[in-house]
Write a protein that binds this ligand. Structure first.
Ligand SMILES: [Zn+2]
Ligand SMILES: [Zn+2]
Length: 245
């Protein structure tokens, strides 16, 4: 019998709070849940200002007021910025993005127009070159399909972590085949990935059963997962002079 690959996650890097009013937990509750699940760090990444119910930019500008450690867990202060157009522009200015510890960039319906594969490819290639972006958020949506072969190589070259998003299995089910394809190409091109809950309620922090199942099915190498160890996380965040421990 084949040995099953085990994936360990020490940091959930994409979580929302009540600051995005379609989410239901506080930062303290996120940290408490992360602590209960044995995580070392949790990313607080509320929606960027272009989303209809997102916090204002002052919320992100003031995040450094929070302590680094809450409930014994390192809280990384970040944002899930919105990609706005096919030039890959984001909804937050570089000054704020440059001060945040974690920047996820995602395409969301109602904000990013739907486009052709060529248009979405151009958008992601621009995001791949944006030095402020750390993580490529849930990019499997069929309405934003892109040239996976070309763009995943650009993500790998630029050291962007491609997100495998547990929440997609609940709310973006049509993405699931694309997520698998994306993971296969990350394996092929040695692109780093990040396994995140995208939780909008603290009970979901640190739970990734569907991501793990898919990764096992494709024999995904655990060493490419940036949030699988403190060492990998520190290596990933070194360009920003951040260590989680
Ligand atoms: Zn949301
Ligand atoms: Zn999102």
């Amino acid at each position: 019998m084949k040995l099953q690959i085990e994936y360990a996650i020490i940091a959930d890097l994409h979580c929302h709070t009540i600051a995005s009013t379609h989410a239901y937990s506080t930062i303290t509750e996120l940290a408490q849940a992360a602590s209960r699940r044995g995580l070392t760090a949790v990313g607080c990444t509320d929606h960027g200002t272009a989303m209809w119910d997102a916090p204002k930019s002052s919320y992100f500008g003031n995040l450094n007021d929070l302590p680094d450690i809450i409930e014994g867990v390192r809280v990384l202060k970040g944002v899930e910025a919105n990609i706005m157009d096919f030039d890959g522009h984001l909804d937050m200015n570089d000054d704020i993005l440059g001060r945040l510890e974690l920047v996820v960039a995602s395409m969301h319906g109602g904000i990013m127009p739907t486009g052709t594969v060529d248009e979405c490819t151009a958008a992601w290639l621009a995001v791949a070159e944006n030095p402020n972006v750390d993580i490529i958020g849930h990019s499997g949506s069929p309405e934003y399909a892109y040239d996976y072969e070309t763009v995943i190589q650009a993500f790998a070259k630029n050291g962007k972590a491609v997100e495998l998003n547990e929440h997609s299995y609940a709310v973006r089910k049509t993405s699931i085949p694309n997520c698998r394809r994306i993971a296969e190409l990350c394996k092929k091109y040695n692109a780093p990935v990040s396994i995140n809950s995208d939780s909008h309620y603290h009970e979901w922090v640190g739970l990734f059963p569907n991501c793990f199942k898919m990764l096992r099915e494709i024999d995904f190498p655990p060493e490419l997962v940036i949030n699988s160890s403190v060492e990998n996380m520190n290596k990933f965040l070194a360009k920003k002079n951040i260590r989680i421990v």
